[in-house]
Design a protein around this ligand. Structure first.
Ligand code: GLN
Length: 387
């Protein structure tokens, strides 16, 4: 027997189930309601800005931690929309998507064995993020119709060994929008136990029914101990641009920049330049985006309800986590393949979002970040099927 050619690290996780389902959907010619990305066009201004940036020769590396103009635009945007004050010189790092921002942050703050609190279900990337950085995850369940967490359970999960807590609001896959009192509770525990809040706010502009997004960095003194992560992918329908950012106090930013520098050197220069245009779009852009997504949310919800899925209208983001509740003699993986092959609509198996895989066995996640026509066709196909 030769040496194991793969590291124990990568042997601890598989490829992304979400991204695998995109390949499965392609194989069967199914509508891909698995991976969360729009199949509609990006805004024209952004396409023009991106091509102009290439022709204007923004084609070499930018400063590792981000084009100065983009960091300036980020600081203005987060001041206006999130209420976060930050110094673009020392507190912002531009990364290759929020995915890299999260990984660079974990590498910057975690020592192997440090505990990190994660709400379950969770976006599947956080699992490998924890493994690669050596973090020991402690899970806190989001339960019931409103995906609420139990205060005692959270308190029991946080201790002197906790280094960080990951807060994802609006939440993937449930659509939960964390409320002020929930964030305040998390903030108080962070202060009491000297814990860093790492927040994934990439769906910050996708919130429905007049609800408001709250950045935990704006609560009390949390800015001193929060890494706020977001990016342009979802808000501006450019998931392939891979432009994200992390906002953190100066000392933590130093660490994030070091990790980022050696992971990727920098995010794509012309797309950083074009992202300045994105962040400066007028307020009406965000209002219209929510209106468009609200309609899509209702379309998918109605279609799933008609097929007898047990699900709820999400408060934010662009997913519905639906329960097929043991009405089929299949687990989530078999059911996802069945829906893809036989009905022509591909979801993500629910277990991809749970550490305790069993908890996701009767669930699947669908995205509604698709053209109306795509959702209409998905609705038509789902009509042929009932639980
Ligand atoms: N965040 C999106 C999802 O959950 C896309 C993930 C990805 O593939 N980067 O589907």
């Amino acid at each position: 027997m030769g040496k194991n050619r793969l590291s124990e690290r990568v042997n601890c996780f598989t490829e992304s189930v979400i991204r695998d389902m995109t390949r499965v959907a392609l194989r069967y010619g199914a509508i891909n309601l698995a991976q969360g990305f729009p199949d509609f066009e990006a805004p024209m201004e952004l396409k023009e800005a991106a091509s102009k940036a290439v022709f204007d020769d923004y084609n070499q590396y930018t400063i590792t931690w981000g084009l100065p103009e983009l960091r300036e635009a980020i600081s203005e945007k987060v001041k206006k929309y999130n209420g976060i004050e930050c110094d673009p010189e020392s507190e912002i790092t531009v990364t290759c998507g929020t995915t890299e921002a999260m990984m660079a942050t974990m590498l910057a703050i975690i020592n192997p064995g440090d505990e990190v609190v994660v709400f379950e279900p969770f976006y599947e990337n956080y699992g490998p993020d924890a493994i690669v950085s050596g973090a020991k995850p402690r899970y806190v369940a989001l339960k019931g119709e409103k995906f609420e967490f139990d205060e005692e359970e959270l308190k029991n999960a946080i201790s002197d060994r906790t280094k960080a807590i990951i807060v994802n609001t609006p939440h993937n896959p449930t659509g939960k929008v964390f409320k002020k009192h929930e964030l305040k509770l998390i903030a108080d525990l962070c202060e009491d136990y000297d814990v860093i809040a790492v927040t994934d706010e990439v769906y910050e502009h996708l919130i429905y029914d007049g609800k408001k997004h709250i950045s935990i960095a704006t609560i009390g003194n949390m800015a001193e101990r929060t890494v706020t992560i977001s990016g342009v992918s979802k808000t501006y329908s450019v998931t392939g641009w891979r432009i994200g950012y992390a906002i953190a106090p100066k000392d933590i930013t130093l660490g994030i920049r070091r990790a980022h520098d050696f992971l990727t050197v920098g995010a794509p220069a012309p797309l950083q330049k074009a992202s300045v245009t994105a962040l400066q779009l007028p307020e009406s852009y965000y209002r219209e985006l929510v209106e468009i997504y609200d309609r899509k949310r209702r379309m998918l919800y109605e279609a799933l309800k008609n097929s007898n899925f047990d699900c709820h209208l999400p408060e934010g983001a662009y997913y519905i986590l639906a329960d097929f509740g043991g009405k089929m003699e299949m687990d989530d993986l078999e059911f996802s393949l069945y829906l893809t092959r036989e009905v022509g609509v591909a979801p993500v198996p629910g277990s991809a979002f749970y550490h305790t895989r069993e908890l996701g066995r009767t669930k699947v996640r669908f995205t509604f970040s698709k053209k109306d026509e795509t959702l209409e066709e998905a609705t038509r196909r789902l009509r042929q099927f009932s639980l």
